[in-house]
Design a binder for this molecule. Structure first.
Ligand code: FES
Ligand SMILES: [Fe+2]
Length: 358
């Protein structure tokens, strides 16, 4: 159902403090907290003793203490204290997740620890670059994560869903070029000689005609960066008013998805009014998306088995991304089956679980 061997955005840096916070990612309950030296920690949010959520407990130094009977766990997930006895059972341990904190986001690796590679965390430097100004939002979408990926890869919806903010008929009148590089799908649209979108025109202080562009770069399965903006007619994009929209898409379960959103711009960087105006306008855009995708999710559930999407030319990016996602899911499924097979054939399969250890 979910690709697990990847980095997912788990929280904003500011959300993780010494007070534990719970996040469910791909149906895995996770507790996040910060140690006194500032390091962020991610552990399974389920005490090894009796499955009480650790997020309901408290931090004590580097450790987190269960709020039920006081077992304490260190950042590596090993139990460091059992109040009722001096011996610590070998199985008293919770899963510890690889974690990376960068540019204001906290990323967690949900799959095989051996495969966790920090270099795979996407480039998000615009959020921390003083040459850029950033507004952020977090929205819990009531839909499966796939719908958000499709939504970002097919921006013709802006013409209809976001008419008053970033939409215009000229969007769907221009086609896209799609490129694939490993797990990254890019759907690029150039719209020459058009007006700036209503939401940006004032903050960009523009009128007249420009070349508008937006290129969705989907790092399957968890992150999109949208390279967007306007530039002078026929001029290179780098010269223009540039926007980077960073989208961390983190599934909670089959019908709910966290959407971590950052909008970075290289114009009107110090203008407080521009930040406020964009923050309000982008909240409207996200609300329009969230409302539409909630209704689409209901439509998906009502759809009879055997009835499928009708994809068109504008869905070329969607189709390519779906193929990559299916391939990744199948590969993880096969790896899981192999591991399960090896486990079943090994001597450990004969062992009877021990209910009590001391
Ligand atoms: S459930 Fe956590 S210490 Fe008992
Ligand atoms: Fe949208």
């Amino acid at each position: 159902m979910f690709v697990l061997n990847t980095w997912y955005v788990a929280a904003w840096s500011a959300e993780v403090t010494e007070k534990p916070v719970r996040r469910v990612i791909c149906k895995q309950p996770i507790v996040l907290y910060r140690t006194p030296d500032g390091a962020a920690v991610a552990l399974a949010d389920r005490c090894a003793h009796r499955a009480y959520p650790l997020s309901a407990g408290r931090t004590v130094g580097d450790s987190i203490e269960c709020g039920y009977h006081g077992f304490a766990y260190g950042p590596d997930g090993a139990c460091t204290r059992v109040p009722a006895q001096s011996a610590i059972p070998a199985r008293a341990r919770v899963r510890s997740y690889p974690i990376v904190e960068k540019d204001g986001w906290i990323w967690v690796w949900t799959g095989d620890v051996e495969l966790a590679d920090e270099s795979l965390v996407p480039d998000t430097h615009w959020m921390a670059d003083p040459e850029w100004a950033t507004v952020t939002h977090t929205v819990l979408f009531e839909c499966r994560h796939d719908l958000i990926h499709d939504n970002l890869l097919d921006l013709t919806h802006e013409s209809f869903l976001h008419k008053t903010t970033v939409g215009d008929d000229y969007i769907y009148e221009h086609g896209i070029t799609v490129e694939v590089d490993g797990r990254v799908v890019t759907a690029d649209r150039l719209m020459p000689g058009v007006e700036a979108p209503p939401l940006y025109a004032r903050t960009m202080a523009t009128d007249g005609l420009y070349d508008r562009f937006h290129a969705t770069e989907f790092h399957v399965p968890s992150y999109h960066v949208l390279h967007s903006g306007i530039t002078g007619r026929g001029r290179p994009r780098e010269e223009g008013y540039l926007i980077k929209v960073l989208n961390g898409i983190t599934p909670v379960d089959e019908k709910t998805t966290w959407y971590y959103y950052a909008f970075s711009r290289n114009f009107a960087v110090d203008a407080e009014w521009a930040t406020e105006e964009l923050e309000a306008g982008l909240a409207t855009v996200l609300r329009e998306d969230a409302d539409a995708l909630r209704e689409q999710e209901i439509g998906m559930q009502e759809r009879p088995e055997g009835e499928h999407d009708v994809l068109i030319g504008q869905d070329a990016g969607v189709a390519k991304a779906r193929r990559i996602l299916s391939r990744l899911l199948a590969a993880e499924q096969q790896a899981g089956d192999r591991a399960l097979g090896a486990d079943r054939s090994g001597p450990a399969s004969q062992a009877t679980p021990v209910a009590v250890q001391s």
